[in-house]
Design a protein around this ligand. Structure first.
Ligand SMILES: [Fe+2]
Ligand SMILES: [Fe+2]
Length: 330
């Protein structure tokens, strides 16, 4: 492949679009009050709901403290402005996230090592890269990682769940490694290789994606089969999928944790109830896990800021507990 010189990456650009994307996802849930409604399951064989009613000690990650109940949606007035910026972003993403691109991205991932470092060094690197172009940023990546993790810890969730909070966005390092832009790092994700759901944000913006006209890819199931399981479905490439593979290859995190990392931006699925016809039985539990994680990701940004030095020891030990090798391949 020809070597293309890449423009200098400005962390600010990625952060701004990511903040806008998150704002919209947050407001959609707040205003439409969807976060506690049940997911449509009519296309799932037994129509079971993913209810939070069977809490056992083993399942204590499911319990909801109610901490974020009653958040005032009026606090998020920038919604319309964000919508315009996000629209342009999704126009590009929905045009360029093709099956061909996604296969190539996975080949690229598997055939090279981008960096060797510890998880904590990765967090510091991400923090530095995203912040150096924007010294006035309100919230750094480490702040978001610690706020998410601390909110999960405050609610008495298991240690692996806390670690997910800490590392779930670490895949944004991709932006400084081998991404082609912002569109293959952040934003909501969706399956490629089958019909785009109308529940994807800005569903009209796939018009220029060549896969839309490809008869192999534009049917309901496309290259997949009914209830094949999301594990067999190729989700648009970005920080979620990248970090999932890093965590799967290098950690002993349980499957719920891996699903939280992998699907946390798959809003059409975990909030809108799309693509249930591709789910298998296993995915039902994973959906519950991803939804349990989502509110911490969205709402912990309003929490206090933590002092990194105060928490570093705790999280270094937590990382060591689940990542047997200190230095890992990114
Ligand atoms: Fe994320
Ligand atoms: Fe996040």
């Amino acid at each position: 492949m020809s070597k293309v010189s890449k423009p200098k990456r400005e962390g600010k650009l990625l952060e701004n679009i990511d903040d806008d994307v998150m704002l919209i996802n947050k407001l959609k849930q707040e205003v439409v009050k969807k976060s506690d409604t049940k997911i449509e399951t009519e296309e799932f064989p037994d129509g079971e709901e993913t209810a939070n009613d069977d809490c056992t000690d083993k399942d204590d990650w499911k319990k909801d403290s109610g901490f974020y109940d009653g958040i005032d949606p009026k606090a998020f007035r920038q919604y319309e402005l964000a919508c315009d910026r996000v629209k342009d972003f999704y126009e590009e993403q929905h045009t360029k996230q093709t099956v061909a691109y996604n296969i190539q991205a996975r080949i690229n991932f598997k055939t090279r090592v981008r960096a060797k470092m510890t998880i904590w060094e990765g967090l510091e690197k991400l923090n530095k890269l995203l912040d150096e172009s924007d010294p006035d940023t309100e919230l750094s990546q480490i702040d978001h990682a610690l706020q998410t993790a601390e909110a999960i810890r405050r609610d008495g969730k298991p240690r692996w769940f806390q670690l997910v909070g800490l590392i779930h966005d670490l895949g944004k390092l991709l932006y400084f490694f081998d991404s082609k832009g912002q569109w293959d790092v952040v934003g909501d994700t969706f399956p490629v290789g089958c019909k785009y759901s109308a529940k994807i944000i800005f569903p009209g913006s796939f018009q220029k994606n060549p896969d839309l006209k490809n008869p192999l890819y534009n049917t309901k199931y496309g290259i997949y089969q009914k209830h094949c399981g999301l594990d067999k479905v190729m989700l648009s490439w970005g920080h979620d999928e990248y970090m999932y593979h890093i965590a799967k290859l290098n950690s002993t995190l349980p499957q719920e944790a891996l699903a939280m990392i992998r699907y946390h931006s798959f809003y059409p699925w975990h909030q809108e109830g799309a693509y249930t016809y591709l789910m298998d039985e296993h995915d039902k539990m994973m959906l519950e896990a991803v939804r349990a994680f989502n509110k911490y990701d969205l709402y912990s940004k309003i929490d206090e800021n933590y002092n990194v030095d105060d928490l570093k020891k705790y999280y270094l030990e937590l990382i060591d507990e689940y990542f047997p090798e200190k230095v890992i391949d990114f």
